[in-house]
Design a protein around this ligand. Structure first.
Ligand code: PRP
Ligand code: MN
Ligand code: MG
Length: 182
């Protein structure tokens, strides 16, 4: 039904399970904010695009949205170690309550770089919500406040996550067959 050959991608987390978790995370984040100070959701492009838009719509309180495009992977399947800003935020986050919205924390490199970068701009607070987290990320001293799913160390695609820019459009989180990128 998703238009990709079925043998290449298997379902790890189906669409309904993803959407239920998005609603749960949105409710949890909303419960920690007051109505008078809408949080600024910082969508980390491109991977977090699907999660952010679903998340904002699932939040029972108002929020604002801004976008930052950074890339550490390029078209590789492992992190290059170099984070590049492809597009910075439009808004000034000084004294703002910021919620970084990420699709996945893998090595933790992207998020630790981003936290340091945004922290230097003087926000009132920064929280992190990530849909997915891999075991490696548990070892680094990052404390994402809201985590959707802890997943195994396998290459995942879909719901915003890509392999060489493909598969972002899948509505579920899938596993890419190892022969695809070995
Ligand atoms: C991916 C993913 C996270 C990051 C996680 O982004 O969307 O942002 O890697 O990996 P890490 O914890 O090992 O740093 P990528 O650099 O592929 O850019 P993209 O979001 O545009 O696909
Ligand atoms: Mn990303
Ligand atoms: Mg990517």
């Amino acid at each position: 039904p998703h238009g990709y050959p079925g043998e290449l991608v298997s379902v790890l987390i189906d669409q309904e399970t993803v959407q239920a978790k998005v609603r749960e995370l949105a409710a949890a984040v909303a419960a920690d904010h007051t109505l008078d100070t809408p949080p600024l959701l910082v969508c980390v492009l491109k991977g977090a695009v699907m999660f952010t838009t679903d998340f904002a719509r699932a939040m029972p309180i108002p929020s604002e949205m801004d976008f930052m495009a950074i890339s550490s992977y390029g078209s590789a399947t492992t992190s290059s170690g170099v984070v590049r800003i492809l597009k910075d935020l439009n808004s000034d986050i000084t004294d703002r309550r910021v919620v970084i919205v990420e699709d996945i924390i893998d090595s933790g490199l992207t998020l630790s770089w981003l936290l340091k970068n945004l922290q230097s701009r003087g926000p009132a607070a920064i929280d992190v919500v990530t849909l997915l987290r891999k075991p490696e990320a548990v070892k680094v001293p990052l404390e994402p406040r809201y985590v959707g799913f802890d997943i195994p160390t396998e290459f995942v695609v879909g719901y915003g996550l890509d392999y060489a820019e493909r598969y972002r459009d899948l509505p579920f989180v899938g596993l890419l067959g190892a022969h695809m990128y070995a």
